[in-house]
Design a binder for this molecule. Structure first.
Ligand SMILES: Nc1nc2c(c(=O)[nH]1)N[C@@H](CN(C=O)c1ccc(C(=O)N[C@@H](CCC(=O)O)C(=O)O)cc1)CN2
Ligand SMILES: NCC(=O)N[C@@H]1O[C@H](COP(=O)([O-])[O-])[C@@H](O)[C@H]1O
Length: 221
């Protein structure tokens, strides 16, 4: 029996995606040990969730560093020291320096609230509504230096409802995120999803297209 995957989570906000990961672990659906939750925001709700779950926490204040790269290099030095084998960005709101993350490409995932490659960056729900899109969704992708440009592993979609605003759309998307992210991380923990030859492989073969979140879980598209 392989050891549980050692996971560190970076979060800047409320931490509902962290909570979903912890819950999946507690249900026996995710063979993981959470070794650290780190944030750039001392008031992040994710830190309170981690403390309540007995997970070590770390806060680094960007204002204490001379520049972004110095902050990121320290952050990832701390992640390495934690023994993390996988880093999950769960609402982490800083663009990361390419040099700092280079050793972690293939070992870092992000959940992004859009159907990538549409709407990289911020304000995704607002942009989907402004574009008149009929559907929206979330993507889990490997993190690379290119912002939200790494290979997409899986996506979840939902129809956009007439007249809804960005806050309602965001709230309706969250439950799908809370299923999507743990399902992908569980594939990593089970050794089924891996990074080889510069891209994602699933069950021993290159992942040709993102998986889709269906009623029964992740499905090949
Ligand atoms: N090098 C990479 N860094 C990050 C990635 C990535 O794929 N490559 N993913 C993002 C997560 N993210 C969207 O999913 C995202 C987070 C933050 C921003 C952004 O513009 N941040 C601003 C500050 C915004 C704020 O403080 O409200 C900034 O860093 O200047 C865009 C997309 C995480 N990092
Ligand atoms: N660009 C990154 C980004 O916008 N991520 C989004 O931030 C929210 C965090 O919520 P949480 O703190 O409750 O998990 C989530 O909706 C996540 O997709």
């Amino acid at each position: 029996m392989p050891h549980p995957l050692r996971i560190a989570v970076l979060a800047s906000g409320r931490g509902s995606n962290l909570a979903a990961l912890l819950a999946a672990r507690d249900r026996g659906e995710l063979a993981a040990e959470f070794v650290l939750v780190a944030s750039d925001k001392a008031q992040a709700g994710a830190l309170r969730l981690a403390e309540a779950a007995g997970v070590p926490t770390l806060v680094l204040d960007p204002r204490s560093y001379p520049d972004r790269r110095a902050f990121d290099l320290e952050l990832f030095a701390q992640l390495a020291a934690s023994g993390a084998e996988l880093v999950v960005l769960a609402g982490f709101m800083r663009i990361l320096d390419g040099e700092a993350i280079a050793p972690w490409v293939g070992r870092m995932l992000n959940i992004h609230p859009s159907l990538l490659p549409k709407y990289r960056g911020l304000h995704t729900h607002r942009r989907a509504l402004a574009a008149g899109d009929l559907e929206h969704g979330a993507s889990v992708h490997f993190v690379t230096a290119e912002l939200d440009g790494g290979p997409v592993v899986a996506q979840a979609t939902l129809p956009i409802e007439a007249g809804e605003d960005e806050h309602r759309l965001a709230q309706r998307l969250l439950p799908l995120e809370h299923r999507l992210l743990p399902a992908v991380v569980a594939l990593m923990a089970a050794g089924r999803l891996a990074w080889r030859d510069g891209g994602p492989w699933l069950d021993g073969a290159p992942l040709a297209a993102p998986l889709r979140l269906g009623p029964q879980g992740l499905e090949r598209s």
